[in-house]
Design a protein around this ligand. Structure first.
Ligand code: NDP
Length: 284
């Protein structure tokens, strides 16, 4: 690929702690591999400086930026336009700077979907999803918009789980129900896709979901959002039962591919990103 000259365009990440953001590593590695004259840097921005940071990014000719908590919702008031799924999700993790227009996108759910699609098209599929936080919301909305027929939200905090389920049923074509997670959950046999969208397993490969793993059947696809370590206890149990498994690295790589495509138009190499993540976190 020839090296497009995007200077002085920069992509930036308004994350809280650089050391906790592997996206910098993988995007920089992929830009370099593509010979793209673009940089991805990490900036720590406090809530009271969010507007100033955005004005600065525009003033400096950045192509766009990612934003993480606590800015994902607060950033919306400074944007000119929201992509359809970002509007339904109600949160933005990627902003594209197009001249003086700021466009908000959410690539988390898109990243999940892109990692799922080579394995299965969610059209008409029944999904069980653990969790009702930011990741679950993004994944639920994108999977529903991609044609899933029904999404069961399973969550400990009932108010949060019910709200997400009601939102999916009202704002997408999918049906949805909520199951309070107050005992060992048994996955219904008619389920096609099981997703852990909680933070259980982050930093602890032995952490288990309150789940009867004997109900994970070979026809099911079992996905986990956890990146570190990628081989979670859930995926280990699912693989042992003959399920097809999908780790969180795929989602992370694909959300970065979606964001960098939006900013630069360049198709980066996902394998370079995945290799980098496997070097950092291991394989699933
Ligand atoms: P949130 O804090 O918004 O939500 C966390 C969710 O996990 C809630 O539903 C919470 O339940 C549930 N949860 C946490 N601990 C437990 C527990 N011990 N038992 C039962 N439920 C629990 O986090 P996010 O949604 O932003 O992130 C979730 C995970 O997704 C993180 O680990 C993050 O790293 C990962 N992630 C991965 C991405 C990728 O690219 N692979 C992208 C984005 C996120 P409750 O509502 O009851 O509190």
């Amino acid at each position: 690929m020839s090296a497009p000259d995007f200077l002085p365009g920069l992509t930036g990440s308004f994350a809280q702690k650089a050391a906790e953001n592997p996206t910098v590593d993988i995007v920089e590695a992929a830009y370099q591999a593509a010979g793209a004259h673009v940089r991805y840097i990490n900036c720590e921005v406090s809530p009271e400086h969010l507007k100033g940071a955005i004005d600065g990014a525009v003033a400096m000719g950045w192509l766009g930026f990612n934003c993480s908590l606590p800015h994902k919702v607060a950033v919306i008031e400074y944007l000119d336009e929201l992509a359809a799924s970002a509007r339904i999700i109600g949160a933005v993790n990627t902003v594209v700077i197009d001249g003086d227009r700021l466009i908000g996108e959410n690539t988390d759910g898109k990243g999940f979907l892109q990692s799922l699609l080579p394995i299965v098209d969610p059209t008409g599929k029944r999904v069980v999803m653990f969790g009702a936080g930011g990741a679950a919301r993004a994944i639920g909305v994108e999977t529903a918009l991609a044609g899933a027929s029904h999404i069961t939200v399973v969550n400990t905090t009932a108010s949060r789980g019910q709200e997400l389920s009601d939102h999916l049923a009202a704002s997408t074509p999918a049906g949805s129900d909520f199951v309070p997670w107050d005992s060992e959950y048994k996955v219904p046999a008619a389920t096609d896709i099981v997703i852990n969208a909680t933070s259980i397993g982050f930093g602890d490969a032995s952490a288990k979901l309150q789940l009867d793993t004997s109900t994970l059947l070979p026809h099911m696809i079992v996905a986990d959002v956890i990146t570190n370590p990628p081989r979670t206890a859930l995926l280990t149990a699912a693989a042992a039962n003959g399920c097809t498994i999908l780790d969180g690295l795929g989602m992370l790589v694909n959300q970065a591919l979606v964001a960098t495509r939006l900013w630069t138009g360049i198709e980066l190499d996902g394998r370079v990103m995945r290799d980098r993540l496997e070097a950092l976190f291991g394989t699933a």
